[in-house]
Every structure is written in C-alpha cells, then in structure tokens.
Design a protein around this ligand. Structure first.
Ligand code: HEC
Length: 176
C-alpha cells in the first residue's frame, strides 16, 4: 500500500513536470513609459506583446527591414477565422529589425537591431476618425525608445490603400 501511494505520488510529480515544460515562461519585460504626443496612446497599451502570436512576416525592401506582425488573442482569433472586420480590443503589433549578412553564412540575412515597435489598436468609438484604429509608433535608436512625433494621419492615409480589408495589409500566414 505504501509503495502504491509512493508510485502514485511519483506519477503525479512527473506529469506535473512534463506539463510545466509545455508552458511558456511569461515575458515580464516592462515596456518603456512613453506616450504618443497627440493621441496619447502609450507603449504600455501593448505590455506583454512579446507573448502575442506571430501572424505574418514581411520584408520592406526600401527600408531593408524584416518585420514580424504579432496579434493579441482577440485579433489572432479573428484573423485565423478570416474575419475581415477586426473586433474592438484587437491589438496588432509590428516589430522591425534591421538585417545584416549572417557571419557564418553570408548569403543568409539575419535580424540585427530592433528599429521600431508599432501597433494598431481597434476601438471603433474612440478612434472613429481613423477608421476605428489607433496608431502608435516607437522608434529605437542608440538602445533607447522614443515616441514617434510625426502625424498619424500619414499612417491612416497609407493604410487606406487596404480600406476594404479593415485597413490591414497583413494576411494570416498559415504555418502548414
Ligand atoms: C506609406 C505607407 C505606410 C505608412 C505611412 C504606414 N504604414 Fe503601416 N504598413 C504599411 C505596409 C505596406 C504594411 C505591411 C508591410 C509591413 O509589415 O511593413 C504595414 C503594416 C503595418 C502594421 C501591421 C498590420 C498591417 O496592416 O499589416 C502595423 C501595426 C502598422 N503598419 C502600423 C503603422 C503605424 C502605427 C503607422 C504610422 C505611425 C504606419 N503603419 C504607417 C504601410 C504603411
């Protein structure tokens, strides 16, 4: 009987270890305390974005930048279900890295330094004037982030190219 309970205890311990191995360790990195000058949208709005899921990757040839697009759960589920209009609460983040030749294999490029983190947040009431999306951009230079001070109307105008896709260029990149 004693042995049996030891065995059960052993199995319980082992399986909890196995289970915990499948859980991501949350990234608790704090984002800088920065706000956009005009819209007051803050970097903190996307605190924890490092754990959002990647939905697409793009390469901007003119900026020589690799970009990962990440979505919070609300946006992720909507994109995965091919919804065109994103629900309120959707947060879509773009991280841009400069690239350089991989030292060990120069015909391959690898991500180098983070250049920017920018996001779009859906709130159809609050951001009625900009097609329901709030836009924010934070630029990283010399290891420091700064809120971009340009006019977000430029974000809105360019994203209007894809107005029929709820102002999103991103298409859900299937992994299989
Ligand atoms: C001149 C055009 C242009 C401007 C201006 C622009 N974007 Fe974009 N944006 C794009 C394109 C093209 C993509 C898709 C390729 C990529 O990821 O860079 C994109 C992608 C995005 C994405 C990922 C979601 C999506 O639509 O695919 C976010 C978030 C984003 N932009 C935020 C911003 C913010 C914030 C601003 C303003 C501060 C801005 N953009 C200004 C062209 C633009």
């Amino acid at each position: 009987m004693k042995n049996l309970s030891k065995l059960i205890l052993g199995i319980a311990c082992c399986s909890s270890l196995l289970l915990s191995a499948e859980v991501y360790i949350g990234d608790t990195t704090k984002v800088p305390d920065l706000d956009m000058k005009n819209t007051k949208l803050s970097f903190k709005e996307i605190q924890g974005y490092q754990n959002y899921k990647i939905v697409a990757s793009h390469f901007r040839k003119d900026k020589n930048e690799i970009r990962y697009i990440l979505a919070n759960p609300v946006a992720y589920n909507a994109l995965k279900e091919n919804k065109v209009i994103m629900p309120n609460g959707s947060k879509i983040v773009k991280i841009g890295w400069s690239v350089n030749d991989m030292a060990t294999f120069p015909s391959a490029l690898e991500a180098n330094k983070i250049q920017r983190v920018e996001y779009m947040i859906k709130d159809s009431k609050k951001h009625k004037e900009s097609d329901g999306w709030g836009y924010a951009r934070f630029i990283k230079k010399d290891s420091q982030y700064k809120a971009w001070t340009g006019d977000i109307q430029s974000c809105v105008s360019c994203h209007a190219i894809v107005k029929s896709n709820d102002a999103l260029f991103t298409k859900f990149q299937r992994m299989f």
